[in-house]
Write a protein that binds this ligand. Structure first.
Ligand code: ADP
Length: 498
């Protein structure tokens, strides 16, 4: 793998993206917090200077008297506090008359520039003191508080301005800014490292799951990803994944079983046909013998095409290609018609076939499929009930649907076989399951599919030696059919789910 590929693989990884997101978030947060904090710090430092200047302004008015056009500072020279305050006021200070002619000015004030007569006039006329920031020639900023002051006789107006350096404040702010800027990469770097580590910790189990999933292939679908026992989202994912593999395993097994069954089923008639043809070719000498061999071969071909037809139909049904053609019809008449069709074969088999039906029972069903379902059940009942037995068909109207019961007094089904009778090609071993007249083992698969496609269920009860009862529940209202093999078909406890 080239370096570029490696790099692009890392940048595409979830770990990288989580870390990058984390770093970006940190960066934006730090810059935002820093800007707000710097603004607050600057405002609070300036407010301190303003407060100090306001106090000094009040003090200046007390200590400074203007007599005969001359400023005189009255204070106790021996008092260190007063001397300090006055000294401080006089550091950045200017006094001028109302026309702007300077009476007294400190060195520093001169360096930041004495106020012009126009500025003096504005300040003396203003009812509020004026605040402004001035810079010295060296670029040092000063906050100036200027306003009017009267002379001792309260006759003449003068201009007084005092100031304080803002250099310390600016210096503190600058220091704060640089330290903060220097800290940002450090904080982001440690944030990235922390994010990288946390992302790795969070994602390691995901990689483990992916590696475990990679070991699972078509040939070892029995493998499962071990649960971590943390009962967290990842365990939920593992559980869901395992359940999905379970379903896949089931489908795989069914397909494998199905291919084995199909090849087995097809092999028997093909071998028989081959035998018949060999007989015809090598041993038959009379027309009669040829005819018999051909007839036998034809019978086996007929069985072969029966299997293929049934398989095709079943696969169409289960893959959803066989759509139901539902119409609203009277189930009673439909059941009665099918029962009528079976009367003669039942008589020939010396069986009694009776039906107990309500006056009418309308439902939305596919006529052909429901007929096929009842025919399959009736022909099974006929096949597996010995002569002299009885088969009873009962249709009942229920509150939410119809219930069709087909009960025979036949040989019954052993409990071991019951769960499998709806599987394709499943035949309970017995005299009927071998020999040329044996069934295909597909009839009940159809019954199950038809019931399910109508949103219904099939329930089977059987007592070996006494008889079997198939109960089909069909909802009356048209409902969405459940998908084939769905586990959601409602099944009452103790019933075989189909
Ligand atoms: P087949 O074509 O063999 O009848 P089905 O799928 O219809 O295939 O039935 C599967 C198996 O279930 C049958 O081979 C038979 O052993 C058993 N079976 C079905 N119906 C009955 C019944 N009414 N009485 C006893 N056994 C039955």
């Amino acid at each position: 793998m080239s370096r570029i590929e490696k790099f692009s693989r890392i940048t595409r990884s979830l770990r990288f993206r989580v870390t990058a997101g984390y770093a970006l978030f940190f960066c934006v947060m730090l810059i935002g917090v820093g800007a707000v904090y710097r603004q607050k710090l600057s405002a609070s430092l300036d407010a301190q200077i303003r407060d100090g200047l306001e106090q000094e302004w009040a003090a200046a008015k007390g200590y400074l008297r203007i007599e005969n056009d001359r400023p005189i500072w009255y204070y106790d020279h021996n008092d260190p506090d007063e001397s300090f305050i006055v000294g401080r006021i006089q550091r950045v200070y200017m006094l001028a008359d109302a026309q702007g002619s300077v009476r007294e000015i400190s060195e520093i004030y001169r360096s930041i520039g004495a106020d012009t007569p126009a500025e003096v006039a504005t300040a003396t006329r203003s009812p509020q003191p004026i605040w402004k920031v001035r810079k010295s020639a060296q670029g040092s900023p000063y906050l100036i508080h200027a306003g009017a002051i009267y002379d001792e006789q309260h006759e003449k107006l003068y201009f007084l301005a005092i100031g304080r350096s803002l250099a310390d404040n600016r210096h503190i702010l600058e220091q704060f800014t640089w330290i903060y800027i220097a800290l940002i990469p450090l904080v982001i770097l440690s944030g990235c490292l922390l994010g990288w580590y946390l992302a790795a910790r969070a994602l390691t189990p995901v990689l483990e799951v992916a590696q475990a999933a990679q070991r699972i292939s078509g040939s070892n679908l029995s493998l499962r990803i071990p649960s971590r026992g943390a009962h967290d989202e990842l365990d939920y994912l593992i559980e869901t994944f395992n359940r999905m593999i379970g379903r896949l395993e089931n489908s795989f097994n069914q397909i494998r079983q199905f291919s084995t069954d199909v090849s087995h089923e097809l092999r028997t008639p093909i071998t028989a046909i081959r035998g018949q043809l060999e007989v015809a070719l090598f041993t038959a000498s009379t027309t009669e013998q040829y005819r018999e061999a051909m007839l036998n071969a034809l019978q086996d071909i007929e069985r072969l095409s029966q299997i293929v037809r049934a398989l095709l139909l079943l696969s169409q049904a289960e893959s959803g290609q066989l759509a139901l053609q539902k119409t609203r019809l009277d189930l009673c008449r439909l059941v009665a018609d099918v029962v009528d069709q079976f009367q003669i074969p039942y008589e020939e088999a010396r069986l009694r076939l009776s039906a107990e039906l309500p006056v009418e029972c309308f439902a939305e069903v596919d006529r052909i499929q429901i007929e096929r379902m009842i025919s399959n059940l009736l022909s099974n009942a006929m096949k597996f009930t010995p002569a002299g037995g009885e088969v009873r068909v009962t249709l009942r109207k229920e509150t939410d649907g119809a219930e069709l019961v087909i009960q025979d007094t036949g040989r019954g089904i052993e409990p071991d076989h019951l769960p499998h009778i709806f599987d394709r090609f499943y035949r309970v071993p017995g005299p009927e399951s071998s020999g040329p007249e044996r069934g295909l083992g597909l009839g009940l698969s159809f019954v199950a599919w038809i019931a399910r496609a109508h949103g219904g269920t099939v329930h089977v009860d059987s007592t070996p030696g006494k008889g079997t009862r198939f109960t089909i529940s069909l909802p009356m209202e048209p409902v969405m059919p459940a998908p084939p093999d769905s586990a959601d078909v409602p099944v009452a406890p103790g019933m075989n789910e189909l």
